[in-house]
Design a protein around this ligand. Structure first.
Ligand code: RFL
Length: 400
């Protein structure tokens, strides 16, 4: 229930909360419905690398105070193989801009605090079941309130920012939008360690035992990734085996020991991508992971979510405050251009970082396909030696 003229935002992730802040500041009647608790939303660790354009969007709308105060700029990545390593100082290449490292849960906590401070309405513990009547002017959200009782909320528009498994996607009738889907055939065990970073760069290890990644989150928390067997559970490796495997793949004996600490979060991520087209079904519009899922290989998901959220909120404001429907009509097209570019780069990263052929947790790759392996090493060599290749990488790596 907004006054029926405004916007219901489904989901309090980066997409939903950026949209809701911008709408609320413009005086648009808006309410956020979030299925989880406030505490869960504020503490869910996921992304951490914000693109310069993301920071500019947050700044434009007065949402960047925490990022500016506590975020750290970062502009180096290091590629490792079984025999060698090289560093790319991408901050000085391509668009000549760095990332800002700022944990996604801190960004979400900032966005939430500011929204509530400014009188924004949000209801936690409300799980949307379906969006009804989106093909007409009075869409409704059918939901369960925290006590499990059914409730209905209505508005002029629904912003579907409730992620890949949310109600927004499910509510679009089969055939009304196209879903382009790609399974990259690779799985990562995502780990969060209460340990200081082990290198002063984002680390990407390309190894016969599989990919390993290192990404700083803060002075005492580091995210690691280990390529794992499809279908393996998050606890398939003991903590000791995890550190052992990370050390082997990252070449700790040659390039420096890893700084260990307790593993506080484990999740298996299947590297998949999909794009819905268009990002609109009548009065239901999609943003963030609900619009497009992207493999985490190039750290684009949260950045796309913020970019789409700004475009969507501004399009709603144009329509609801100024009577101009054109930005809403162009919304899908404008987002899709950026989404496909990010998908292309993320897919390129997947192919750069992983071998082909059978893979299992015990042996790594069976190295059946030597041709593809050689191509991968040639690609890395080109990145190490060619300035124009490095510029292309930097431009795509920090851009969306
Ligand atoms: P979110 O963050 O998933 O938020 C959706 C919100 O909707 C709620 N919800 C519902 N609410 C009401 N009714 C329902 N039926 C609902 N269903 C769901 C959920 O509780 C939640 O609060 O989506 P959003 O806002 O689109 O943001 C997307 C980003 O979170 C995501 O793309 C990134 O985290 C992806 N990602 C990364 N992106 C980057 O840009 N840089 C990174 O370094 C990066 N690292 C990552 C990542 C994702 C990861 N996982 C867990 C998939 C690392 C990992 C491990």
């Amino acid at each position: 229930m907004t006054n029926g003229q405004g916007v219901i935002v489904l989901g309090a992730g980066p997409a939903g909360l950026v949209s809701a802040n911008i709408l609320n500041d413009a005086g648009v009647d808006c309410v956020v419905l979030e299925r989880s608790t406030r505490e869960h939303v504020r503490t869910r660790a996921r992304a951490g690398y914000l693109a310069p354009n993301t920071v500019r969007i947050l700044e434009r709308h007065g949402l960047a105070e925490g990022v500016r105060r506590r975020g750290r700029t970062h502009g180096v990545c290091e590629f490792r193989t079984e025999t060698t390593r090289f560093r790319l100082e991408y901050e000085g290449l391509g668009a000549r801009e760095p990332h800002t490292v700022y944990p996604q849960q801190d960004l979400v906590a900032d966005l939430l605090a500011r929204y509530v401070e400014r009188g924004g309405r949000i209801v936690f513990g409300v799980e949307a079941q379906a969006v009804l009547g989106a093909d007409g002017p009075r869409p409704e959200v059918l939901a369960h309130d925290p006590d499990g009782a059914p409730v209905r909320w209505s508005a002029r528009y629904i912003a579907g920012c409730d992620g890949r498994h949310g109600a927004a996607r499910r509510s679009i009738p089969a055939g009304a939008v196209r879903r382009h889907r790609m399974d990259h055939g690779v799985s990562w065990l995502g780990l969060l360690a209460e340990a200081p970073p082990s290198l002063d760069a984002v680390g990407y290890a390309v190894h016969g035992r599989g990919f390993a990644g290192h990404m700083a989150r803060s002075a005492d928390v580091t995210r690691y990734y280990l390529q794992c067997e499809r279908g393996a559970g998050p606890d398939a490796w003991s903590e000791e085996q995890v550190w052992q495997e990370l050390s082997v793949r990252l070449g700790a004996d040659r390039f420096g020991a890893l700084r260990r600490g307790p593993i506080v979060q484990r999740a298996v991520v299947d590297l998949e991508s999909d794009v819905l087209e268009p990002l609109r079904y009548g009065s239901l519009l999609l943003a963030g992971d609900a619009a497009s899922l992207i493999s985490p290989s190039a750290a684009k998901g949260a950045n796309l979510a913020v970019l789409e959220a700004e475009l969507l909120a501004e399009a709603f404001i144009a329509e609801l405050v100024h009577g101009d429907s054109e930005p809403l009509e162009r919304y899908s097209h404008r987002c899709l251009e950026r989404i496909w570019r990010a998908q292309e780069f993320s897919g390129w990263m997947v192919r750069l970082l992983h071998g082909t052929g059978g893979f299992d947790n015990t042996h790594g790759f069976d190295h059946a396909d030597n041709f593809d392996n050689a191509l991968r090493h040639s690609r890395l060599e080109s990145l190490r030696t060619s300035r124009s290749h490095q510029d292309w990488f930097a431009e795509n790596y920090v851009g969306v």
